[in-house]
Design a binder for this molecule. Structure first.
Ligand SMILES: O=c1[nH]cnc2c1ncn2[C@@H]1O[C@H](COP(=O)(O)OP(=O)(O)O)[C@@H](O)[C@H]1O
Ligand SMILES: [Ca+2]
Length: 406
């Protein structure tokens, strides 16, 4: 963009700038501080009239690992990783729009699991990075997001990108997000019954684009893929993890290794003496999931969009194409779990956790949420080349609250 800049840009107010005079272009910068990585989404919008939805022109996306929570004891270093990503936005947004472009960071389950003190120290350092940038820094620009918003905003993203939020005939789709530390389920109930039999705190009313949506949503903290690994290994909420060896029938028999998560080091390994394979693994994982999740009757027959680790593990095992995504049934995950767990040596090089992860996904879907074997899942990473992430919904919400869009 910058080669198109001209000398008068800096002297004329944007609405008089000849280059952009007719353009109602604006930007939004949203950081996703996830448990396994930090990502920046720089969105460009055009709004042609107050009546129509803003049009999304494009997205610049970049990410770094590990996530902020890995810097629990070095908040400055954590903020540095945010600074490096923000520099991309400085180059991407035309200077005359810097002051009008809001920058926000929302942290999810990784920071929810840290102590209040450590989480706040990290957020404070990030806030300083924002204050030193040329962008618009709204109130509450750096925060830990409420789990229910994580689901709602991802639902907004997917349904906006698939065109379901415009016009009259809305056939919205439900979404499933499997993060590292938490997992979300969100859908628009069609039956009065569902609203009646659902706990009150699972239903949230939400205003967006001149409509009100009464959504079913819940975020299960500790049920993300990586947190579930710890729960399955029995390493969750254990005081002195140091030196302890956590074993599971879901891991290759001879395996012994170390794993870092949330700033803690865990030693884990296979069942040297005991059983290994799909059957024992299934009952091991079932203990972690059974009876812990609400099962809405209505979802049994409907299809859902699934992304994040649902997508990654399906792609890792060739259930879907890594670039294109694809359509699966719940039983495909189970079939693949059996295949991997009963032939662990063959899959060991991919990831020693593959059997555990696939078994967990199977059980989460079937025994956790109560999906049927033939429930259809649409696995997507991108829709029209835009990442399916809660960040787009969050940016719409932000721009609306700042009066930048309608
Ligand atoms: O922009 C995105 N689009 C789609 N998936 C994403 C995006 N950013 C992260 N993910 C996926 O989210 C998963 C990691 O979860 P995350 O680190 O966000 O944990 P959390 O949600 O529990 O905090 C991975 O599967 C990763 O591929
Ligand atoms: Ca996430």
């Amino acid at each position: 963009h910058s080669n198109r800049e001209m000398w008068f840009q800096d002297f004329l107010p944007p609405n008089m700038c000849p280059l952009y005079a007719k353009d109602n272009t604006f930007y939004g910068i949203m950081f996703d501080a996830g448990s396994t990585g930090t990502r920046i989404h720089i969105y460009t919008f055009v709004q042609k009239s107050p009546e129509s939805l803003p049009e999304l022109e494009g997205e610049i996306f970049e990410s770094v690992k590990p996530g902020l929570s890995a810097y629990a004891d070095q908040p400055e270093k954590g903020a540095e990783s945010v600074k490096r990503l923000l520099d991309i936005a400085v180059d991407a947004v035309p200077p005359y729009l810097w002051k009008k472009t809001p920058v926000v960071l929302k942290a999810t389950a990784g920071l929810r699991l840290l102590s209040e003190e450590k989480a706040q120290a990290l957020l404070l350092e990030v806030k300083e990075v924002f204050e030193e940038s040329p962008f618009l820094v709204p109130e509450d620009s750096v925060s830990i997001m409420d789990g229910s918003y994580e689901g709602i905003l991802a639902w907004v993203t997917v349904n906006f990108l698939t065109g379901q939020l415009a016009g009259q005939n809305q056939h919205t789709v439900g979404i499933l997000d499997l993060g590292g530390a938490s997992t979300q389920i969100t859908f628009l109930p069609r039956f009065e019954e569902t609203l009646k039999e659902t706990p009150k705190d699972f239903i949230t009313s939400f205003d967006m684009f001149n409509g009100t949506y009464k959504l079913y949503t819940h975020s299960y903290l500790g049920f993300g893929l990586k947190a579930a690994r710890l729960a399955i290994l029995g390493a969750l909420n254990v005081e002195a993890v140091d030196g302890q060896m956590f074993r599971s029938s879901c891991l290759p028999k001879q395996l012994e290794a170390e794993w870092h998560f949330g700033g803690v080091k865990y030693r884990y390994g296979g069942n040297r003496e005991g059983e290994t394979g799909f059957k024992p693994c299934y009952s091991e994982v079932l203990k972690v999931v059974k009876g812990k999740l609400h099962q809405p009757e209505e979802i049994r027959g409907s299809s859902f969009y699934a992304f994040s680790y649902y997508y990654d593990r399906a792609a890792d095992t060739n259930l879907i194409d890594y670039e294109e995504g694809g359509v699966l049934e719940v039983r495909d995950f189970e079939r693949k779990a059996k295949e991997v767990c009963d032939n662990m040596e063959r899959y060991n090089s991919a990831s020693p956790f593959l059997c555990m992860d696939l078994t967990y996904i199977t059980i989460l879907l079937k025994e956790g949420f109560g999906f049927r074997d033939n429930t259809v899942l649409q696995l997507t990473k991108k829709v029209n080349n835009i990442e399916t992430s809660w960040t787009l919904g969050a940016t719409f919400h932000l721009l609306q609250s700042l009066g930048i869009t309608y």
